[in-house]
Design a binder for this molecule. Sequence first.
Ligand SMILES: Cc1ncc(COP(=O)(O)O)c(C=O)c1O
Length: 442
Amino acid sequence: MSPTKQILALNRFEASEGTALAPELAERVAKRQATFGASSVLFYKEPIEMVRAEGVFMYDAEGRRYLDVYNNVPSIGHSHPAVAEAVARQIAVLNIHTRYLTKPVEAYAEKLLSRFPPPLTNLTMTCTGSESNDLAMRIAEAATGKRGFVVTRAAYHGNTQHVTAISPSSMKSKPVPDFVRVIPEPDPAQAPGGDVAAFFANNLQTAIDDLEANGVGFAAVIVDTIFSSDGIFADPPGFLKSAVDVAHKAGGLFIADEVQPGFGRTGGGLWGFSRHGIVPDVVTMGKPMGNGFPMAGVVTRPDLLSLFCEETGYFNTFGGNPVAAAAGSAVLDVIDGEGLIDNARDVGAYFKANLLTVMGNRRDIGAVRGAGLFIGLDFVDDDGRPDQGLATFVINAMKERGVLIGAAGLWGSTLKIRPPLCFSRENAEFFVETLKAILADR
Ligand SMILES: Cc1ncc(COP(=O)(O)O)c(C=O)c1O
């Protein structure tokens, strides 16, 4: 059995499916496709025009309200006034690159770095998660003199040429290149005896041995520490420890991609890696860092960054501008001030428990797992195999009932439940009742 659809193509509007659209919508969609061409993707069989958003809700052009259980960027809540004000205030005063001293940028760097364990004391700011991972790969190459990377088989780490190479979920017709090895996701159902730590570490070791045997050499393993595109694998906390040991013993680096779990989502600290009690060599961040203001970054040890900078200079015109610093600083303040990590933990646990109750002895839900406000729910067919068709059906039916949700996983059969961190118990109950009604009606 092989994956039937590339993850990035899941739940997209396909003109070839011939869904009947109202004339005005059909015209808008056709224009959009003519303008943006083949790279343009729209969600849903019937695309939505969004006009505004606030907190956990988004509103379409007809004034319909949707509960957002999908978008990870507006993590502290859509259109948060603290971020809007900070950005407006700073852009009216000064916005410039990082080659001058500016107080907002220095203050932000200090504030962010204070949230990392001691050896991780250098910050490089970028604009996107892709740029951050691209830089992380280059840091690993410079530090090890090797060029091989290990990733999970449905990983997504971004869109530059180098980063696409380590994003098997982006591959449509090309295989991963010779310097990349893919290993299975840390799925307890696949792990012999349910020992996820040993399963993951052993697979990593095999991949490293293969890279070394083939003359490529091992530079780093890079993982999204909640394995979002792989289908969300969070447990048991600490299972990544043995993988870090394996990477280090082989002379390579462990890169934690925090673009998805970072900034409090897992409810177990600010970072996904915190739940595992590990200290990565390089940490990459993006999406929720500016709550919608495009900003991203890399945190690493000074010795590693120096090795890279001895070989190559690095300058990012927009990375680390004062407006980004203002947005990022407001995000950290709101996470603390509104207790969003605790909320992610508490509401997340309540949400997961309710979803497990729905699962009960239903045959079409194979598993519910996750941490904090990042939960995966697997749909399976009568034979227990991944059911992508059911996931797609549920996603579109949820939209009809005012809930936005997406899919993940190698098979596209896992609901990716990832709301803003200000999500309430009441919001969780609404989601659960809607899901129950859809499953009961089908
Ligand atoms: C885990 C992970 N890493 C990196 C990226 C790339 O981030 P960006 O789209 O900001 O380049 C993404 C984006 O979806 C991601 O999910």
